[in-house]
Structure formats: structure tokens, C-alpha cells
Design a protein around this ligand. Structure first.
Ligand code: ASP
Length: 438
């Protein structure tokens, strides 16, 4: 049994609904379908979820949102009419609009309606059972998912002999209110359904043919990553590559269910397979799985003579940052100096207070700030215990005239991370890609 999830661009218009139908018909094991709200049909278009948030914001400021609501309603009505689906959406849409006007609908409930209407339409189109996420995705009061109840409930709801369509992105709080996951959360709903039903595979259908080895805005036509482990995926997404909602990994990983990223617009492409480990190496010459990175980090570095003999210096620095809820990404250090690397955006509002507190509590001999730093990560499970990879990376960067500001590698050797100036970010990624992938 395969659980499938279709993202916003796969749900954007009637043509996409037809593609989904073909994908499901091509493999009858694909019986459970999780859907997102309608996404963009073309680059300047709007996502339904964004419009719903916008609609809610209008009402908060006492501004009429009828125009936006009409845009939302007409997108769904157009899909229904073009596909000739017999479904009365008007009554539910009107009831929702009345509640918006009366201000009796919460933000979470309102934005969840994008997925809800998508699923209603898709279920009617396919002739599948509609299962509301509010019936089985149950949150605890702290916002975590009550996995036991959630899994047990879904198992009971699904009819074995008929396909089911489920809206992604939301569930129910213990007090009966609707709560959404964070943005992109339909991935989580799909993962929960796959785990609940012990699916053989969780297919996550989107608009790219899997994870790419590098950002296509930087590297022209990067190759797809055919196979990636969960650990590598975690490194890749932490360092910048965005494909899946982070919290979508846990439920399927825990149950050892492979996750397959697929492209609705290119259904023949095998996409990317993500699982705990791979027994065979299909690509023995490829040591690097992916190259990713993020710009805009700030490095605070401090020196203090004799620091190496003092206990507690690093703790004091980290305590100051913790007090301001700043998470530290890397801590490169020398003998008598230590640096902390953090995202500039989070640090900026507290920067001078933090510098002042470090000055007072650590009393360094000198302190310096370096910003406009980009962090680049080469990720690959096959780099471990293979000498020469970092040599090749740094030689290639040196030849390209890229100055390295920081280096970081964990003992598990799953990644090699280095900092460069923001201005060298794209060059660094291209150089790495060209020296390892060609
Ligand atoms: N529609 C929601 C969003 O845009 C959730 C999702 O698509 O996964 O964030």
C-alpha cells in the first residue's frame, strides 16, 4: 500500500487533478491521497493558503476581505466546473464567509480550509472516501501530535476496499479547535498517514523530479540525487536545501518506511528515494550526495590570553546567547580564541546588547564581528574514512580564488562545512559541483 501526498502546485488547477488521477490509476497500490491547498499555476499567481492568511489579516484590521475570498472561491469552483464534478461547494463557502464576517473563525481554521476544499473536490473527482484530518490528526495541548490516538483513529477510518483522500496541514486540539502545522505541513500529514497505515512507501509528489544535488538557481541543470539517507537529508536541509517539511521525516523514519520524492509533471522519473540505509551502492564514483548552503551568517570571535587554560569561557559566551534565544550553528575555535557562528537575522536585533554582555561577563582581550558570511556544506555518507576529499574541496576553492573563513567537520564525516564571504557563495557551490559531479 502506498500513501501519496500531492503538494500545492500539483493541486493548482483541473489539469493537475487529471495528472494525479493518471498517477493513481498507474498503480492501484496508491490508495491513500493527502492533498495541499491549490498552489500557484504560474509564477505571479497566488497560493490559496497565502490568500487565506491575507483574508484573516484583513478582518483583524476591520477591512473587508470579500475580494480576496472571491478569488479563493472562484479557484475551487473553476476546478469543479472544469472537471464536471457534482459537488455543492457554494453552501459551505457561503457559511465560511458568514463566519469570517462575524469574526467567529480562528486563523488556523480559516487557513486550513484551503486543504479542506482541495480534498473535498479531489475525493469527489476520484470517487474516493473523504476523511477529514480533524477526525484523526489529534494534537496534545503542547502542540505535539498524539501519535497513538492519531494512528489508531486513522486505521479505523480507512475503508480497505476504497481509496481515501485526506486534507493535509491541520488537525484537532483537545478542546476541539482546529490547529494547523507550520507552513508546508501537509508533508507531515502524509507522513503520519503512511506511518499509521504501515505503508510500504510514502510518495511525496511535487514539481521537481526529486532532490537536486545543488540549487538550480546557482548550478545549471544540477543532477538529481537518486538515493539519500535520512541523516544526509537532515544535513542537506539544515544547511539550506528545502524539499520537505522537517517534521515529516520522523513518523516514516521511525517505522522504516521509504520516502520517495516524485514529480507530478514527470511521473516516469524515479525521483529521490530516502531511507535509513542502502544495501547496494549504485553510484560508486560519487562521493558527494549534495552541496548546499546558506548566506548571511555573523561570526562573533573573541580572544583572551590564556583562554585555553581557563574553564567556563565558552559556557559564558553561550549563556549570553541563550539568554537572548540565539541558536549557535558552529563554534570554530583556536587556542586562545573562540568564535560563534549564528544567522545574522536572529542576532541583529540583540547584537549590541549581546556584545556588551559578553564583554562584561567574559572580559576578552579583544572581540571582533564578521558578517556577510555564507556557510557551504558538502554532504555525503560516502565521504567517511576516504582520505583526500577535503583536500580536493579546498584545492578547488583555492584555485578559484575563494577565501575560506571557517572550516567545520564532524567526526561522523557526513559533511564538510566551510564559511566563505557572501560574495563567494555561488562560486564556491559551482566550484564544488564542477569538481565532484562532472
Ligand atoms: N498549504 C499549506 C502551505 O502553503 C500547507 C502545505 O501545502 O503543505 O503552507
Amino acid at each position: 500500500m502506498i500513501v501519496t501526498k500531492f503538494g500545492g502546485s500539483s493541486m493548482a488547477d483541473a489539469g493537475q487533478y487529471r495528472k494525479i488521477q493518471d498517477i493513481l490509476l498507474a498503480n492501484p497500490d496508491r490508495r491513500v491521497v493527502i492533498v495541499s491547498a491549490a498552489g500557484k499555476r504560474f509564477p505571479q499567481d497566488h497560493k490559496i493558503t497565502d490568500l487565506l492568511y491575507l483574508c484573516y489579516a484583513h478582518t483583524q484590521y476591520g477591512v473587508d476581505c470579500s475580494g480576496i475570498f472571491d478569488m479563493i472561491a472562484s479557484r475551487y469552483l473553476a476546478i469543479r466546473d472544469e472537471l464536471g464534478i457534482h459537488l455543492d461547494l457554494e453552501t459551505e463557502l457561503a457559511a465560511l464567509k458568514a463566519r469570517i464576517d462575524a469574526k467567529t473563525v480562528t486563523q488556523d481554521e480559516l487557513v486550513s480550509r484551503g486543504e479542506y476544499f482541495s480534498a473535498k473536490l479531489m475525493a469527489a473527482f476520484l470517487g474516493f472516501q473523504f476523511i477529514d484530518a480533524a477526525e484523526w490528526v489529534k494534537f496534545n495541548f503542547d502542540g505535539s501530535v498524539d501519535l497513538e490516538t492519531t494512528y489508531e483513529t486513522l486505521k479505523k477510518l480507512v475503508w480497505p476496499d476504497r481509496g481515501a483522500v485526506i486534507p493535509g496541514f491541520y488537525g484537532l486540539m483537545p478542546d476541539g479547535r482546529i490547529k494547523t502545522f507550520s507552513r508546508g505541513g501537509s508533508d507531515i500529514t502524509g507522513a503520519l498517514a503512511a506511518a499509521a497505515l504501515d505503508a510500504d512507501v510514502y510518495e511525496n509528489w511535487t514539481d521537481v523530479s526529486g532532490l537536486l544535488m545543488a540549487d538550480p538557481r546557482i548550478v545549471e541543470n544540477p543532477q538529481t540525487i537518486p538515493e539519500v539517507t535520512y541523516d544526509e537529508l537532515r544535513e542537506l536541509s539544515y544547511s539550506g536545501a528545502q524539499v520537505l517539511h522537517e517534521d515529516a521525516i520522523f513518523p516514516v523514519r521511525e517505522k522504516n518506511i521509504p520516502l520517495n520524492i516524485r514529480n507530478t509533471n514527470d511521473p516516469e522519473a524515479p525521483g529521490t528515494l530516502i531511507q535509513e540505509r542502502f544495501s547496494a551502492d549504485h553510484n560508486p564514483d560519487r562521493f558527494i550526495t549534495g552541496i548546499t548552503g546558506k548566506k548571511d551568517f555573523t561570526i562573533i570571535s573573541l580572544s583572551k590570553r590564556g583562554m585555553s587554560n581557563q574553564v567556563g569561557v565558552l559556557r559564558k559566551v553561550l549563556t549570553v546567547l541563550e539568554r537572548h534565544s540565539i541558536s549557535v550553528d558552529y563554534v570554530p575555535n583556536g587556542i586562545d580564541n573562540v568564535s560563534v557562528v549564528t544567522p545574522t537575522e536572529a542576532l541583529a536585533p540583540h547584537l549590541y546588547t549581546i556584545m556588551g554582555e559578553i564583554q562584561q561577563e567574559v572580559e576578552p582581550d579583544s572581540m571582533a564581528l564578521h558578517d556577510q558570511i555564507a556557510v557551504v556544506a558538502a554532504v555525503g555518507r560516502k565521504m567517511a574514512f576516504r582520505p583526500g576529499i577535503s583536500g580536493k574541496i579546498f584545492a578547488a576553492l583555492g584555485e578559484a580564488g575563494v577565501n575560506i573563513r571557517m572550516i567545520n567537520q564532524g567526526p561522523d564525516e557526513l559533511n564538510i562545512i566551510f564559511g566563505v564571504d557572501n560574495k563567494d557563495f555561488k562560486t564556491a557551490i559551482r566550484v564544488l559541483y564542477d569538481s565532484f559531479v562532472k
